[in-house]
Structures are given as C-alpha cells and as structure tokens.
Design a protein around this ligand. Structure first.
Ligand code: CA
Ligand code: CA
Ligand code: CA
Length: 252
C-alpha cells in the first residue's frame, strides 16, 4: 500500500511540467530568425499549448509570412474572414511561387479563454484532399482537412519565424495569454503523432526542427531543444509563469 502510494506520488510529481511564458500583446513576442528549413519546407507541422486571456481579439500562435502573399499564419481568430465562424483557430498557407493560398478555419467556439488548449496544424504541399489539417486538443477539426493541390513552396523570404506574433514588430494581434511547448517539424505529422506530441512534448523527434518548452527566464529568449539550434530571441519582457499545461516530460 505504501509502495503504491509512493509510486503514485512519483508519477504525479513528474506528470506536469509547470512552466510557460505569460505574454502580453502588443509588445512581447519571440523570433527564431530566418530559418531555411522553414522557408524550404515542402511539409510543415506546428503544435503549441496556449491560454488566451481574452476572446475579444486575434492571438497569433506562430507565423513566418510575407503579409498574406507567402508563408503561413497560425492563429486564434475572433472572427474567421471567409466562414464568419467565431472564436476559432485558423491555419493559412500562401505559396511563394504563385498567388494561391489555402486555409482551414476551425469550428466556432473551438477557442475558449483561460483554459490550456493544444492547437496543431499539419501541412504538405500540392496534396489533394489531405494537404492541410487542423487539430484542437488532439482532435481534428470538423472543417479539416483541405486540399493543397497547386500550392507549392512557402518561402516567405527574409521574413523570420515568429512565436506569439504575426509580424516582427509591436502588434495587438500577437498573443495575449500564455504559451508552452511549441514544436515545429518540416514534415506533415500524423494524427497519432499530434496526440503524442500534445501529451509528451519533444517525443516526436523525426524532422523536429524546433522545440521550445517556453520555460526560459524573462528576457533570456528560448532555447531550441530539438538540436537544430533555432533558438528564439525575446522581444519585450514576457514573464515566466510556473503554471504549465498537463503534459508528461522526461522519464514519466
Ligand atoms: Ca505568393
Ligand atoms: Ca524566412
Ligand atoms: Ca492579441
């Protein structure tokens, strides 16, 4: 009985990695520089845990874009521009070689405030039916997937990889809330991998080109734990928060 109790305590003590960055827009965000692996990606996936402090505005999770003409934008969208659905997530991809773009606008009320939520997209260029997928808390959105046929290349040129912002300058569409365990792959990860990466960040290592627990000190940037060396630079002075999402880290 005592042995079981100790085991339970050990498991519970390792099951929650309590840290995140508490970000206030418009003046706090991160950039990872101009990453060739993203510009040249034919496939790309990103997973992040987020909390939104307000539902009154957009909150960018990540972007590497030249406006709306090249690259990708990944955000909490207060009102989706085509469907009109509200309080949702959106992944938008615009090809670099032409003028086509594709998006998934999620279901209304997919995004709530004050609750840890895992959001992920998985993209593969020029792929009929299944080229772009959106997941919320490990479940594919009802409006996903969509075709990426004819979409080739996402190179946004010298524009940098951003976390918690849409552009590399002060922006109210940046994230107002908390963010943790941002993971980036230059591969379209599978539905099972989305769930695995949500529960055990850092565990899906194939093609992982950025992993940011977001547990760094205020002002110190964020180390890339993927091994690819794509560290993030701090903009503003977002606070370190001891609250983190319900994930398992390390040997648990
Ligand atoms: Ca373009
Ligand atoms: Ca770039
Ligand atoms: Ca915002």
């Amino acid at each position: 009985m005592i042995r079981l109790l100790i085991l339970a305590l050990l498991i519970s003590s390792t099951a929650y990695a309590g840290s995140s960055r508490d970000i206030v827009d418009p003046s706090q965000w991160f950039d990872g520089g101009d990453i060739a692996a993203i510009d040249n990606a034919t496939e790309l996936s990103i997973s992040a845990w987020v909390i939104h402090d307000t539902l009154a505005e957009d909150d960018y999770i990540s972007a590497n874009a030249n406006g709306v003409t090249d690259g990708y934008l990944f955000l909490r969208d207060d009102v989706a521009s085509i469907s009109g659905r509200t309080n949702t997530y959106m992944i938008f991809v615009a090809e670099s070689t032409g003028t086509s773009n594709v998006r998934v606008e999620g279901a209304s009320e997919a995004s709530t405030n004050g609750v840890w939520t895992n959001v992920a997209f998985a993209y593969k260029e020029d792929t009929a039916s299944t080229g772009l997928r959106l997941y919320v808390n490990g479940v594919e959105d009802a409006n996903s997937p969509v075709s990426t046929s004819g979409i080739v290349g996402i190179d946004a040129g010298a524009n940098v990889f951003l976390v918690a912002n849409a552009v590399n300058s002060s922006n109210a569409a940046g994230l107002d809330g908390r963010i943790a365990h941002v993971q980036v792959w230059d591969r379209q990860i599978t539905a099972n991998e989305v769930v695995e990466a949500m529960r055990k960040p850092g565990s899906i290592t194939k093609n992982l080109i950025g992993y940011y627990p977001m547990n760094g000190a205020t002002g110190a940037g964020e180390t890339d734990f993927s091994g690819a060396g794509n560290d993030l630079t701090d903009h503003g002075t977002s606070a370190t928060d001891t609250d983190g999402p319900p994930v398992m880290i390390g040997g648990s």
